[in-house]
Design a protein around this ligand. Structure first.
Ligand SMILES: O=C[C@H](O)COP(=O)(O)O
Length: 258
């Protein structure tokens, strides 16, 4: 807790493997990420790792003696029932998952997930004692003056955030990953001035919550990204550029700098 009685906002970094790796590659990567855990802990940084569903149980075993927080890429909003093919949040918690990602742009776009779906999932995640990592972001980069693009992004993110915050208790911990859709899978992250201004605006939307609310940036992030964003963000959500574990190590080191 901070001196004001607010939850402490430790820096946090992590990566999702999406659907990129085989089971064998994931197992090897898990061992590598576990080896970074003492460095992250020494630098007071939270480190999370989100493999595919099939790898969750073996990863939980492999990470048991590390401080790496295990994540899942999605879940359903019901714990039990006739929901063929869905993944129970209760089972994720039982498997040792601590963080569950919801509302990634790829799920919103390819699987037509709505803000309501994301909110139901976030509530189920909290109910099961885990932390929702909610992805938000604008679909396109508005042309024109910087302030117009920033305003448009905040306007588009606002209902995405509100749906979740209305569905979870005010004291629930939430991680927001600001990922401009147009910056995901790109060659470089979104412009730093844009991200800093948008995140400052998003911060205003969650001001006054009692629960710890950290805001990460994601979208082609890698070494060098955090340094440009650190006045605004609490950390990074990495994708492809963390596939090389040396890049993740560099990002952790950069995040450990004051
Ligand atoms: O889940 C991570 C984000 O979507 C970022 O992915 P990316 O860095 O490969 O663009």
């Amino acid at each position: 807790m901070s001196p004001l009685g607010l939850p402490e906002r430790r820096r946090i970094v992590g990566t999702s493997l999406k659907c990129y790796f085989s089971l064998a590659q994931t197992a090897e990567y898990t061992r590598a990420i576990a080896s970074l855990s003492p460095t992250a802990s020494a630098l007071n940084i939270d480190l999370f790792f989100i493999p595919d569903f099939i790898s969750i149980s073996p990863c939980a075993t492999a990470l048991a003696h590390s401080s790496v927080q295990l994540g899942a890429q999605d879940c359903f909003w019901e714990d039990r029932g006739a929901y063929t093919g869905e993944v129970s949040p209760a089972n994720l918690a039982e498997a040792g998952v601590k963080i569950v990602e919801v509302g990634h742009a790829e799920r919103r776009q390819i699987f037509r997930e709505t803000d309501k779906d994301v909110a139901l999932k976030a509530a189920a995640i909290v109910k099961n004692g885990m932390v929702p990592l909610v992805c938000i972001g604008e679909k396109t980069h508005a042309s024109g003056p910087v302030s117009a693009a920033v305003g448009a992004a905040i306007t588009e993110c606002k209902p995405q955030i509100k749906a979740v915050m209305d569905a979870v208790p005010d004291d629930a911990e939430v991680i927001l990953a600001y990922e401009p859709v147009w910056a995901i899978g790109a060659t470089q992250p979104a412009n730093a001035d844009h991200v800093v201004a948008v995140v400052q605006g998003l911060r205003g939307l969650v001001e006054g919550r009692r629960g710890l609310t950290r805001i990460l940036y994601g979208g082609s992030a890698g070494p060098g990204t955090f340094i440009q964003l650190k006045s605004a963000v609490d950390g990074l959500f990495l994708g492809r550029f963390a596939h090389d574990i040396n890049n993740l190590e560099r990002v952790i080191q950069e995040m450990g700098e004051p």
